[in-house]
Design a binder for this molecule. Sequence first.
Ligand SMILES: Nc1ncnc2c1ncn2[C@@H]1O[C@H](COP(=O)(O)OP(=O)(O)OP(=O)(O)O)[C@@H](O)[C@H]1O
Length: 443
Amino acid sequence: MPSVLIIEDEAVIRNALTRLLERDGLSVTAVESVEAATRAGSLSTHDVILADLRLPGRPGTDVIPLAEETPVIIMTSYASVRSAVDAMREGAIDYIAKPFDNDELRLTVRRAIKEHTLQRQNAALRAHVEADYPVSGIIGTCAPMQRVFERVRRVAPTDTSVLILGESGTGKELVARAVHEGSERRQGPLIAVNCAAIPESLIEAELFGHEKGAFTGATGAREGLVEAASGGTLFLDEIAELPPAAQARLLRVLQEGEIRRVGAARSRRVDIRLVAATHRDLPRMVEAGQFREDLYFRIQVMEIRLPPLRERGEDVPELARFLLGKACRRLNRPPLRFSDEALQRIRGYAWPGNVRELENAIERAVILTDSTQITADLLALPADTDTAAGSGLDLSLEEYFREFVREHEASLTETELARRLGISRKALWEKRQRLGIPRRRSA
Ligand SMILES: Nc1ncnc2c1ncn2[C@@H]1O[C@H](COP(=O)(O)OP(=O)(O)OP(=O)(O)O)[C@@H](O)[C@H]1O
């Protein structure tokens, strides 16, 4: 029999909830405070916890860290989105606004229990098979990734702005895609823009469009990317890099649902849902006056924080196998496998470049291998650069890249530079970040 822990200080509600859920076949423990709950034994033995937000003593959200893997649903009589959002931010999987509808409450509790059970079963299963993943092909069984999925599931169908935080290469773009696919807008466009990869002087026109003659070179009127995303989702990656004028225009889009092209006298209606991402500390930037506070408050309504790869435990070897399969298919190679030593190295390495670094290391190894196995040396991870077979090649490629960029960046635009190197602009930008040769800001 699934067990539920209720933490509610008002006796009338506590008893009503107990009766309701017992009738539903659950084993119920009901207490009046967080303190009483902790005295009653380990919280993680329950299948779900239903806690009131306002309690005498500690608030209901205090049980979240104590509950470990057990899902916590927060009840709030202050039916403000604010407190519910705050509770979710602290890790609650769902919320219920009081006064609640009995059926809705039963459904929410049932769903939490079912997901919790599935999650446990899946964790066991996934160690063996490449299962279907809950959120559009994103691998992740560890608890922090499960929380990410849960949040994506909750927030996707709403029209709220979402801010995705996480180090470079942690999968922010994949999550943005999942939010779009889980929304009512999934039939509409998803326009992804990397704000850092567009030169500052062009970004306003690129995003917001321009009228004919708005600036030298504007020979015709053009729609911007924001308009192109109308009816769908606009994903602004590296939003912290947006210059002040573009920040102001974006704020207007979010506040008024209106856009004004550069050089235009009147504005047009647009209907976009914004998903933004950054690896920077936005509150710090707001404090330093580098990012508009009003815009920050608009975009951070719901945050999704992606853990770095080094905090994902057994997801790492699982991801490695998945990415190996993907690389083999893409490069038209028969299926390959990792040697035991290679898997050990993969587990032990810190992956500062996260999933992208893992993906690149695997792709390089697939290209270099002559056998059916990927051995540790082929991965050429930094600690073994002296002995690794592949590292000589890798180093000289990087040197070449550095040299080429340094020599030509003054005379070529980023687009031309990327084309000459045979890579995309996004890849050029990423490579610059990784190798520590960021683009020089144009004046
Ligand atoms: N959990 C995951 N499962 C499968 N593939 C993943 C996962 N996370 C990331 N990837 C893959 O890793 C690569 C990098 O991911 P993505 O571009 O989404 O990262 P990012 O956080 O947006 O990076 P950046 O901030 O540098 O733009 C992509 O090829 C993506 O498909």
